[in-house]
Design a protein. Sequence first.
Length: 386
Amino acid sequence: MSATPMIKKVFLVLALSMFFSTLGTGIIVPFLPLYAQKMGASGIWLGAIVAAFAISNSIAVPIAGRLSDQRGRKLLLLIGLSALTVTSLGYIWANNPAYLSLVRFIQGAAGAATFPIAMAYLGDLSPEGEEGKWMGYANAAFFSGFGLGPLIGGVVTEHFGMPVAFFIMAGFNLLAFLIVLCFLPESSRRQTSEDRQLSFKEMSKSGIMKGLFSFRLGQALGAGGFFAFFPIFAAMAGLSTSHIGILLTVNYLSPSLLTPLGGILADRFNRRTLSIAGNILASLILAVIPLTNSFGQLFTVLLIQGIMGAVTLPAASALLVEEGRRYGMGSTMSVFFLSMSIGMTVGPIVSGGMADWFNVGSVFYFGAVAGLIGTVLFAWFTRGYR
């Protein structure tokens, strides 16, 4: 089945809006640990700052997903983007780790009404048999903002300081809000009477959903520690913020550029097998990071890890769209993002304790183990998938 003109139009609008929103986020998030460290934040505080976003996101994302099934996607997107715009300015007045955590907490709730809802909108319109392709396109467009953000943020932070980066973040989110307001049609999707009978409890009986939840949770536990402590690790290795920005851009942008290819693979080959193989390799690569000691080595490791992400994410997202047709796209997406939020809550805090008690390298070993465990659970729960 070929794509309809509607999905092409919606994709363009969502791609631009989510690109600018994630670009703003990508500019500041990788450097918040360094910013907080200058305030005297300990490893636990660094973990708490990263986790604050995920804590509120965990609470808000199931609510936002279900509301978008009932009330439509556009309204939720506008609420989320307007809140991100306003709260971006709150970073400017943050002068201690507690205040910084508070701003991140508020932004986490706002974020629950943006990225997951945009994915649900595209999931509604994705033709059967092309779920991998459109989820690949979506992840490429959305994550490219995260990919380019650190490169811009590294230069801006080094030459102009973090306050300028916060203003830029607010401006990009405002631009995303205006694009959605002016150009995005309201989704025709509404929850049917059949959908209303399908509760989150009933969704939990699905082996695919339990597998995807475990899969994403394991990934996020490692990613939470990576986000919080990779800038610290790289700075300890003597790299500047510009070099750190380049490395993070490679890690974030490589999957963005390659996920369309990953989406095509997900439509042609077994999605379960692609998810398992890619995530095993990505987890093992994470464990290599503490063994590196130069920019070139880190560049190579992060590039390989990004490529593995380009294989796993479209395949897992395509499985998610299949389940979304049964349980409601917004609700299903929200469960997937909930698992990520839980991992991004627990991961940085556990990693912060490990960094304080052992060393920064232990953070990456923990992430590798968590990713492998999540993959094993995914394989077990989805063993009946063909």
